[in-house]
Write a protein that binds this ligand. Structure first.
Ligand code: FAD
Length: 471
C-alpha cells in the first residue's frame, strides 16, 4: 500500500475537503466527498500499519433491512431499531438524528459491498446478533483495508503520521489545520470533516473525572484516539454534547496490553461463577442478566472497586460454557490455593465461597435462559446461573475496566455540520463517527451501532463537505 509523505502531497494547495482521521467514519466521508468530485486529503495520525483507529477492531454493524439475506437471518425494521435504541439510551438521544441514522442505514449493506466490504454468512453464537447485525468477513481490519484500497483508487490523498495539533478558522472562510509536532505544517481547505474519534486514549483527560483510578484503566482500542481534534474544536467554540464522565467500559482480562488489545481480551465467564474484589468479597449480582446485556456496565463496576481490580472465579462445571479466553486462566485444586495464586486472603475467599455455596438453591441450570438457579439469604443475590463452586479444578481470571470509547463530542445537525456555542452551524465544518456519537448515544450502547453512526454520518459529512467546497 502506497503512503504519501508530507513531501509528496503539495500542502501549499487549498484542498476542497480535508478529513481528519482515517477510521471508518473518515473513510466513508473521504470516499463520498471524492465521489462528489472534491479534491480530498485525509490526515491520519498513525503510521500505515496502525491505521483504522478503533474501527479496525470491530466485527459487525447494525443496519435497517426489510428481509433476511445471506448474512442476516431476518428483517429488522425502523420501529424495532428505534425501540432498541430508546431502551439502551433510556431516552437520552436526539430523536431526529437517531431516526435519520436508522433510516439512512437501510442501504449500507449494498453501499459497503460496493466499496469493498465482504460480509460473512450468519452464524450461531455471535452474541445473538445474527438477525440485526452483519459481520465483516475478516473483521474490521479487512473492512478498513478494503476501504483504504477503494479510497486510494478513487484518488483520495492520504497522509499518515499526520497528527492534527490544532484547527483554526480563517477570515475568508478557509479552515487551517496544523499537523505534526516537531516540524509543524499548515494544511488549508474549504471544508473540513472531523472524524478523529473520542478521547479515550488520553488517560490524563480521564483523570479529571476518575482521578487516580485512571492509572488502572486499560484502553481497548487505538492509542491514537487522543481527542486532540475534539479539544481543538471545543476550544474554538464548538458546542459540546454528551457527558464527559460517561464512557463505554467493559470488564476485560487484566493481563491485556494497556492499549489496542481489541476484542480478544474480553472475558465471558463472569455470569457462570462469582466475582470478588481485592478483599475477596462479592460486589455485584453476577447473574443479573445475559452477559452480552451486562458486560458493558461491568467496566464501571470494576472501576468502582478498590484498586480497580476484580477476579472472576468458576469451577470445572463451567469452563466449556463460554468463548475460550486468550490468556489462560489461573488454575487451582482448592479455593485456598486459588486465593494464594491470585494474591487474595485465603481465609476471606474461602468464607465468601462457602457462604455463596450454602446460599445456592437447587434449580434447572440453563445457560441459554434466565434460569431459576439463584441464591437465597445472601445480602447480595446472584439471580441466575448460581451453582456451587465445588468441583475442582477451579479457574480464576483477573478483571480490569477496559475503556472502549468516550461520549463527549461535538453537537451536529442533520447535515453533519458542527453547531457552535451560539447554536448556529459552522457552514464548512462537519463531524462524523465517535466524535459526534454523543448526539445519539447519551448513555448506554447498542452493539454494532458505533459503525452505523460513523458510516451514515461519514457519508452525509462527505457529501455536504464536497458540496460546500465545490459550489
Ligand atoms: C475492541 C473494540 C471492538 C468494537 N467492536 C465494534 C463492533 O463490532 N461494531 C461497532 O459498531 N462498533 C464497535 N466498536 C466501536 C467502534 O470501534 C467505533 O464506534 C468506530 O470505530 C468509530 O469509528 P471512527 O471512525 O469514529 O473512529 P476510529 O475508527 O477510532 O478512527 C479515528 C481515527 O482518527 C485518527 N486520529 C485520532 N486523532 C487524530 C489526530 N489528532 N490527527 C489525525 N488523526 C487522528 C486515529 O488514528 C483513527 O485512525 C468497537 C470498539 C473497540 C475498541
Amino acid at each position: 500500500m502506497r503512503s504519501y509523505s508530507s513531501n509528496e502531497v503539495d500542502l501549499s494547495r487549498v484542498f476542497d475537503v480535508v478529513v481528519l482521521g482515517g477510521g471508518n467514519a473518515g473513510l466513508c466521508a473521504a470516499m463520498t466527498a471524492r465521489e462528489e468530485g472534491a479534491q480530498v486529503l485525509m490526515l491520519e495520525s498513525s503510521p500505515p500499519e496502525f491505521r483504522g483507529g478503533n474501527s479496525r477492531h470491530t466485527r459487525n454493524l447494525r443496519y435497517l433491512h426489510e428481509a433476511g439475506n445471506d448474512h442476516l437471518t431476518g428483517a429488522y425494521l425502523e420501529d424495532e431499531f428505534w425501540e432498541d435504541l430508546l431502551r439502551v439510551t433510556g431516552g437520552r438521544t436526539n430523536e431526529q438524528l437517531a431516526r435519520l441514522t436508522i433510516r439512512q442505514s437501510g442501504d449500507l449493506g449494498s453501499w459497503m459491498v460496493r466499496h469493498g466490504a465482504h460480509f460473512q454468512t450468519a452464524m450461531r453464537g455471535t452474541l445473538h446478533l445474527s438477525r440485526t447485525n452483519a459481520f465483516f468477513l475478516g473483521g474490521g481490519k479487512a473492512l478498513i483495508n478494503a476501504y483504504y484500497a477503494t479510497a486510494k483508487d478513487e484518488g483520495v490523498e492520504i497522509l499518515y503520521n499526520a497528527e492534527v495539533q490544532d484547527v483554526g478558522f480563517e477570515e475568508n472562510e478557509l479552515v487551517s489545520v496544523i499537523i505534526g509536532k516537531d516540524d509543524p505544517k499548515r494544511v488549508r481547505c474549504k471544508s473540513l470533516v472531523a472524524a478523529a474519534g473520542g478521547f479515550q486514549a488520553d488517560l490524563e483527560w480521564h483523570k479529571q473525572y476518575w482521578g487516580e483510578a485512571t492509572d488502572n484503566f486499560i484502553v481497548r482500542g487505538t492509542p491514537y484516539d487522543t481527542g486532540k481534534v475534539l479539544k481543538a474544536l471545543l476550544e474554538k467554540g464548538a458546542k459540546p454534547v454528551g457527558d464527559p464522565r460517561q464512557c463505554h467500559a467493559v470488564a476485560i482480562d487484566a493481563r491485556a496490553p494497556k492499549y489496542d488489545g481489541g476484542i480478544v481480551t474480553r472475558l465471558d465467564c463472569v455470569s457462570f461463577g462469582i466475582a470478588v474484589n481485592r478483599n475477596a468479597e462479592r460486589f455485584y449480582d453476577e447473574g443479573e442478566d445475559f452477559w452480552p446485556k451486562r458486560y458493558a456496565i461491568w467496566g464501571r463496576i470494576v472501576a468502582g472497586q478498590p484498586d480497580q481490580i476484580a477476579y472472576s472465579l468458576i469451577d470445572s462445571k463451567s469452563i466449556d460454557l463460554f468463548m475460550p479466553s486468550v490468556f489462560p486462566p489461573v488454575t487451582a485444586n482448592s479455593i485456598r490455593e486459588m486465593a494464594v495464586k491470585l494474591g487474595l486472603d485465603p481465609t476471606a475467599l474461602e468464607r465468601t465461597v462457602n457462604e455463596f455455596n450454602r446460599a445456592v438453591r437447587p434449580g434447572n441450570f440453563d445457560p441459554n435462559a434466565l434460569d431459576d438457579c439463584r441464591t437465597e439469604g445472601l445480602e447480595l443475590v446472584k439471580s441466575h446461573w448460581a451453582r456451587p463452586l465445588d468441583t475442582p479444578p477451579f479457574y480464576g481470571y483477573p478483571l480490569r475496566p477496559g475503556i472502549t470509547f468516550t461520549y463527549l463530542g461535538l453537537t451536529v445537525n442533520e447535515r453533519a455540520q458542527v453547531i457552535m456555542n451560539d447554536d448556529q452551524p459552522k457552514p464548512n465544518i462537519f463531524a462524523a463517527g465517535e466524535i459526534m456519537s454523543g448526539n445519539i448515544l447519551g448513555q448506554g450502547y447498542l452493539a454494532g451501532f458505533g459503525m452505523t453512526i460513523g458510516s451514515v454520518f461519514g457519508r452525509i459529512a462527505g457529501k455536504e463537505a464536497a458540496r460546500h467546497a465545490i459550489h
